[in-house]
Write a protein that binds this ligand. Structure first.
Ligand code: HEM
Ligand code: HEM
Length: 192
């Protein structure tokens, strides 16, 4: 296991922002493509599925990597509920990053409308093994995908709010140490 460090490593930062941007894009695409007035809906669905599978693969790699690499410690002086909320959010994000694509994949693999998934119109992606074509089952996955998608939006807003509070109110380096092009002051975990 790697030694404890003050800052997030380049790998952690790379994974964080690549996946964060893709998930924000997926939510925007998801909301647009399900609007019946939207032109080019079919292409948006295909892009949504392609980026969603990319998030699945990257998130599994990120989780495996993360299990062997502890994050830097949170600032001393954070209240116990704040530490608990941060831990809860991060665990919930890992569940979402893997669970949402699995639900989407299960949905398209069980719906009676068979539209093959081809990643970026090139690589064929199989249906999820063992799932029957069954509308009732597909609707369960669709509803879970819908509601967990809505919960993800709330969680992202809370997460951004917490990061901005650390930066502008507590004035610690929690946000800076996750930014790709920012020099963090070593040992400045204590607020103020
Ligand atoms: C982290 C990954 C993902 C996120 C955050 C995400 C998010 C969303 C959101 C917000 C919607 C709109 C729901 C609505 O308002 O009706 C949606 C719809 C949809 N997603 Fe995903 N998605 C992800 C991955 C996937 C994957 C991997 C697939 C399939 C391989 C997929 C297939 C679909 C489909 C087919 C719909 C349309 C459902 C309908 O017609 O109502 N998604 N997604
Ligand atoms: C879909 C969007 C996002 C997801 C899924 C996400 C997910 C995560 C996860 C899982 C962690 C914990 C990293 C670890 O220890 O393994 C984290 C940390 C962090 N994220 Fe995000 N994030 C997102 C967007 C953002 C945005 C937009 C910001 C900035 C405003 C941000 C700022 C941070 C910061 C500052 C940390 C470090 C917190 C700490 O040191 O404990 N994130 N994020």
């Amino acid at each position: 296991m790697a030694a404890r460090r003050d800052n997030y490593s380049k790998v952690a930062i790379g994974f964080h922002w690549l996946i964060a941007l893709m998930i924000i894009g997926l939510i925007i695409f998801g909301l647009l493509m399900t609007n019946p007035d939207m032109p080019n809906r079919f292409a948006l669905y295909q892009l949504h599925k392609s980026f969603g599978i990319c998030v699945l693969i990257l998130s599994v790699l990120r989780l495996l990597w993360r299990l062997g690499h502890k994050p830097p410690p949170l600032p001393a002086g954070m209240k116990r509920w704040e530490v608990a909320a941060a831990k809860f959010t991060h665990i919930a994000f890992y569940i979402i990053m893997i669970g949402m694509p699995l639900l989407g994949w299960a949905m398209v693999s069980s719906t009676e409308l068979v539209i093959p998934t081809r990643i970026f119109n090139t690589i064929p992606w199989p249906d999820m093994p063992g799932l029957p074509r069954d509308k009732a089952l597909s609707d369960i996955f669709k509803n879970l995908h819908y509601w967990i998608g809505r919960a993800t939006i709330v969680l992202i807003l809370l997460h951004i709010g917490a990061a901005l509070k650390h930066h502008f109110v507590n004035k610690d380096n929690v946000l800076r140490r996750m930014l790709p092009f920012s020099k963090t002051k070593r040992g400045s975990e204590t607020p103020g």
